[in-house]
Design a protein around this ligand. Structure first.
Ligand code: ATP
Ligand code: LTN
Length: 340
């Protein structure tokens, strides 16, 4: 009897970024950089999660443009759209459909406990819509549709990954092994890059300009922002996130981007003063972002090609996502359609 050759399937990665603004150094260090590092060893699905972005009021033309921009950034960090599946969430209707079904397997109490929900309610008190609450269900749908093993995210998304696992386990307990249970991948250093002005808070693209470095910022802006970064007054360079959040934040950024250990950096910089730490960090950030910026400009100069890549990849993603969605629909008892 002839034996079939075994096909080696790589484990699946899924992650998403919202097109809610131009990306920051936090998004790069906490998420994007890891996307690229993991690309060769996994079957990767990277999504621009535009449906999530609707939870906060957006200007339509700007949101449309930003979707393309984030997809271009994915490619500019080196992700290959023929290797990794790069697409817009709203182009694959299975995400919204699965989210609707999973919301019946998610408890109100667990959604109300999410810290991002509480933070967003406080920040957007004039528009506390139902989508802010059900946001993690859509995120669970994103991840579970692709039978994902690993989800590279920043530390702020850990709670959302936990609820995703809970929903999947609850569903599997009722209907059998429908979903793969995903694990979070959170980098050891840099999983929480802090605001340059309020180093106790995470750097966020929806905060004021001076609090973050944008991936596309010009060198002079990066130098200015880092020079003005809030530190403290004891003048001592050491890694102590609790008591010295500003200095520790700069050290973490340097450590991730150079690959140098914290001990090595602290040894080199001790006694040198904050000016030196800030200059070194700025130059290192400029050097890391320069090739990404050049590649981004090249990709954005040909939007037709970019659009064609997104269209093609959305079709491929739909085929994969619908396999899981069809299984789910069958399990919960939705009527089959006539398609053979
Ligand atoms: P917003 O500020 O608009 O709420 P965000 O930047 O927090 O957006 P996303 O754009 O969806 O949210 O985040 C994309 C990825 O970047 C997520 O994995 C998130 O955990 C990570 N990330 C965001 N900010 C940081 C940060 N300051 N440090 C490390 N990782 C981050
Ligand atoms: N919730 C995330 C963005 C996001 C995501 C995902 C991340 C939506 N769906 C699926 C990983 C996997 C955020 O706000 N940063």
């Amino acid at each position: 009897m002839q034996t079939q050759p075994t096909v080696e399937h790589k484990p699946v990665i899924f992650s998403g970024i919202q097109p809610s603004g131009m990306l920051t150094l936090g998004n790069y260090i906490g998420a994007l950089r890891n996307f690229k590092l993991l690309e060769d060893d996994y079957d990767c699905v990277y999504c621009v999660v535009d449906l999530h972005t609707l939870t906060v009021r957006q200007e339509a033309a700007q949101l449309r443009r930003r979707c393309l921009e984030i997809a271009a950034i994915y490619m500019a960090v080196g992700l290959d759209p023929d290797k990794s599946l790069i697409f817009c969430q709203s182009h694959v209707s299975a995400h919204a459909e699965l989210s609707w079904i999973l919301s019946k397997y998610t408890y109100l109490g667990e959604l109300q406990r999410m810290t991002q929900y509480k933070d967003k309610c406080a920040k957007h008190a004039d528009n506390i819509n139902a989508g802010l609450l059900t946001y993690p269900v859509l995120m669970a749908a994103d991840i579970l549709l692709y039978q994902t093993h690993l989800v590279p995210i920043g530390a702020d998304q850990k709670q959302h990954l936990e609820i995703t696992r809970d929903i999947a386990q609850r569903f599997n307990a009722l209907y059998g092994d429908v979903f793969t249970i995903p694990d979070a991948y959170i980098g050891k250093v840099g999983s929480r890059v802090m605001s340059l002005q309020e180093p106790a808070r995470k750097m966020s693209k929806s905060d004021p300009e001076e609090t973050y470095v944008g991936i596309l910022d010009k060198p002079e802006d990066i130098r200015r922002k880092l020079k003005r970064a809030v530190t403290d007054s004891d003048g001592d360079i050491r890694f102590d996130p609790e008591n010295k959040p500003g200095v520790s934040n700069l050290l973490s950024i340097l450590s991730v981007l150079t690959g140098d250990s914290m001990d090595k950096l602290v040894n080199e910089l001790s006694g040198k003063g904050y000016g030196e730490l800030k200059t070194r960090t700025a130059e290192c950030v400029i050097e890391a972002l320069a090739p990404i910026q050049a590649e981004y400009a090249r990709i954005m100069a040909d939007k037709a090609t970019l659009q064609a890549i997104l269209d093609r990849n959305a079709e491929r993603a739909s085929v994969r996502a619908n396999r899981t969605l069809d299984k789910v629909k069958h399990k919960v008892g939705l009527a089959p359609h006539g398609k053979a």
